[in-house]
Write a new protein. Structure first.
Length: 404
């Protein structure tokens, strides 16, 4: 058993509110031995208290920042490993490692070499499948299609995932109905984030996921987008396909409504928790089969409950500001034309919705890494909010200039 290293201890003090004490069965974190830029911990994939289908390695700091106890575990008398607050246990389904009802879940045995072996005579140990820790852009590795394109050769769907900043997908001018762009990820992924860098933004659009391409679940919707970049945090949603449905254009190009996406990224973890032959797992060059218990004296998961309770109000406020900015942006060209003032067409590097978009920026990056982790894990797009405030300020200044 490895002792809590100083950096991890500091994170524990900062990220976990100590309160409830269970002296006879203290909670602990399972810190992975895998080589990585940041210390990695085994955690419930979508947070405790939800229908979690899998467990995953996450950076310990990020897991703690979620404030929901996803990284905390306890031993049960029969050798099972239970979520400290979620009421489910780590088990197996084939070679996959999943969260399951504890009644009938797998038992585990800690080995002297740091491996975690399935109980009984089976020589299977917990390990990871994949190249390395971290997230990858699964869209770049998948297949993409669009319901329509302006020019399949010059602006086809593949241009949104080709990794080039000089190409983009574009819809035909003045589409008469919704336009859809779909990414087939090949197999099931745990999608953590969808990022759309718009060339010609959609004011109203949705994001949906599917396992089979037939039954779709909507995971995000807005009718008030005014930004050149949309970042949608999803936690760890299982999906084999992701689609973006655009319903209303935010601006116009040469007087025509049009949608355009410069880059579409679908981020998912590279690693998947599995069980494999213990001897084979021990040959891994990065110690991905090693896990160490780092105990905490007590924990009161739910530190982010108060923050999460305000997220809905924050989103309502964001949507309200975005709606007003969008409506004002629509009438500004008319005001400018009447008064002879300069057009609000986007200039290189600006954040207006009228034309080519640049990568998102965030002024005054004074937030600490820990604070940014807390925001991200609780579904708060701090950079997006900063960009919205910047765009609102720009439109207000332009409106004042047009009216003076």
């Amino acid at each position: 058993m490895r002792a809590c290293v100083p950096s991890l201890c500091i994170l524990l003090v900062a990220g976990v509110a100590f309160g409830e004490r269970v002296a006879d069965n203290p909670a602990f974190m399972m810190v992975g031995g895998i080589s990585a830029a940041a210390e990695m911990c085994l955690a419930a994939a979508t947070g405790v208290g939800t229908e979690v289908a899998a467990v995953a390695l996450e950076p310990c700091a990020a897991a703690i920042a979620a404030g929901d106890g996803r990284e905390l575990w306890r031993h049960l008398p029969n050798g099972q490993l239970a979520s400290a607050v979620g009421g489910k246990c780590i088990s197996t389904s084939g070679d996959s490692v999943v969260m399951a009802v504890c009644d009938g879940a797998s038992a585990w045995e800690a080995q002297g070499n740091g491996q975690l072996k399935l109980g009984g005579a089976v020589q299977k140990c917990l390990s990871q499948q994949g190249v390395s820790p971290g997230a990858e852009d699964a869209a770049a590795l998948g297949a993409i299609s669009a319901s329509s394109s302006a020019d399949a050769m010059a602006h086809g769907a593949s241009m949104a995932v080709d990794g080039s900043s000089s190409t983009f997908w574009a819809s035909p001018f003045n589409p008469t109905g919704p336009v859809t762009i779909t990414v087939d990820l090949g197999d099931e992924k745990r999608v953590s984030e969808v990022a759309v860098n718009w060339e010609f933004p959609a004011k109203a659009f949705t994001v949906s996921v599917s396992m089979d391409g037939v039954k779709w679940t909507e995971v995000y919707a807005t009718d008030s987008n005014v930004l050149g970049t949309s970042i949608i945090s999803l936690g760890a949603v299982p999906a084999a396909r992701v689609r973006v449905v655009m319903k209303e254009a935010a601006g116009a190009f040469l007087g025509h409504a049009v949608y355009g996406i410069r880059t579409l990224a679908v981020f998912a973890p590279r690693l998947r928790a599995i069980v494999e032959d213990c001897a084979l797992a021990a040959k891994s060059p990065d110690a991905r089969d090693k896990y160490f218990e780092a105990y905490v004296s007590g924990a009161a998961p739910g530190a982010s409950k108060a923050l999460r309770s305000e997220v809905a109000a924050l989103e309502a406020a964001r949507a309200s500001v975005a709606t007003v900015v969008s409506e004002l942006s629509q009438v500004l060209p008319q005001i400018s034309s009447c008064r002879g003032t300069a057009s609000l067409m986007r200039t290189e590097g600006s954040s207006s919705v009228f034309g080519q978009s640049g990568l998102r920026t965030f002024e005054g990056n004074a937030l600490s890494k820990a604070a940014m982790d807390v925001d991200r894990q609780n579904g708060i797009d701090t950079e997006g909010l900063g960009a919205l405030v910047k765009e609102a300020r720009r439109v207000i200044i332009a409106a004042r200039s047009a009216l003076n």
